[in-house]
Design a protein around this ligand. Structure first.
Ligand code: SF4
Length: 360
């Protein structure tokens, strides 16, 4: 696939219509094209209600996607699948599709790597690559749509919880959310789109003014600054009290309950003290706590708590009047913690390269 051809989703509606006019086609063809992309078309050629010469011209001029699939893994008897994509220029990102009885959720990446560097995270362990462009984010969703269409399923939810800190790539993330929510393309309600952040306060405040009521998820993981400074290093710049004020400001502006994410690390943030601090921090807030049992990552000192410890922590937090759920541990055997598939493939490539050098 030639990188010199632009991806069709990288064009604005106005630019694509200008191209259509220049190629002697009516502008309504743009909507037809979007309709095919939204239904998971894999090529321009299959868009049979678009005249053949125009399909040929589209194919000559554009790529349907700029993403190249490098590796895929499956888990949970096929209910979870993870794809590693290579981007133009060589960086790679992951996306995970999770299938449930009543919905299909895509966990999407917004950056290649992540500059935040949380010590328990596989993504935070390798060097930051680059921000994704809006169309590269949307293309992950389009690939999921294609995959799910083959299973007679629809993509219903998107969570920005893959690789990267979405708020550090703010413009592209907001633009991609508008595409995902737009009726031209997928028409996914913003309420079914979750944008997570480790706590970039100015961007949280900006998001509240976008008229885009997505669900905000805060990667909290600790309820005292001393511990959060270590687990989520951006806390040193944007400490807890200010973060909660900004998040609750978002909740008030949008009427949306904020989701506070808490990766449970045995002996680190799953103690009675942590549960009490969490209860105090979020009491009487428009908040929901999502506990995530740690998905072990190599070369980190962290461990997952056992089931009894998870249940005990949940009960302690609930007893303080908070709404709590425990996220299921989807994809344990699919390298599903964000960054793990990337890490494994990169390691395999390094080993293969070393073997080639030795054999040369
Ligand atoms: S947990 Fe999220 S914010 Fe932290 S390093 Fe990983 S991807 Fe970045």
């Amino acid at each position: 696939m030639s990188e010199s051809k632009p991806a069709v989703l990288s064009l604005s509606a106005a630019d694509l219509e200008a191209w259509l006019i220049a190629n002697g086609a009516p502008t309504y063809r743009r909507r037809q094209l979007s309709g095919w992309i939204a239904r998971g078309a894999a090529s321009f050629e299959e868009m049979h209600d678009i005249p053949k010469p125009l399909r040929t011209a589209l194919d000559r001029q554009f790529r349907l996607t700029s993403l190249r699939t490098v590796a895929t893994t499956q888990a949970d008897r096929g209910l979870t699948s993870k794809t590693l994509y290579e981007l133009d220029g060589g960086h790679s990102v992951e996306a995970v599709v999770m299938r449930y009885a009543d919905r299909s959720t895509l966990c999407i990446s917004s950056q290649a790597g992540c500059p935040i560097g949380c010590p328990f995270c596989a993504t935070g362990k390798f060097p930051f690559g680059r921000n994704l462009k809006a169309h590269e984010i949307v293309e992950q969703a389009m690939d999921a749509v294609r995959l799910l269409a083959g299973e007679s399923r629809r993509l219903t939810h998107v969570v920005f919880m893959g690789m990267g800190e979405p708020m550090a790539n703010y413009q592209a993330v907001v633009e991609s959310v508008r595409h995902l929510a737009g009726t031209d393309l997928l028409g996914i309600s913003p309420r079914r789109i979750v944008v997570s952040t480790s706590g970039l306060i100015p961007r949280i405040e900006q998001l509240g003014g976008e008229q885009l009521p997505v669900t905000l998820a805060i990667s909290l993981h600790a309820a005292r600054d001393e511990l959060r400074d270590v687990l989520v290093p951006i806390n040193r710049k944007y400490p807890l009290e200010k973060l909660i004020t900004a998040s609750q400001g978002y909740a008030e502006k949008t009427g949306r309950r904020v989701s506070y994410e808490w990766v449970l690390l045995a002996g680190v943030n799953d103690t009675e003290r942590d549960a009490k601090e969490l209860g105090r921090l979020l009491r009487r807030k428009l908040a929901h706590v999502n506990l995530i049992p740690f998905n072990p990552v190599e070369d980190t000192p962290y461990r997952a708590p056992d089931r009894a410890a998870i249940r005990h922590f949940k009960e302690l937090v609930e007893s303080q009047g908070l709404n709590v759920t425990v996220r299921d541990t989807r994809g344990r055997d699919a390298d599903a913690a964000c960054g793990q598939l990337h890490e494994r493939v990169m390691r395999e490539r390094t080993v293969a390269q070393a073997a080639r050098v030795q054999g040369a």
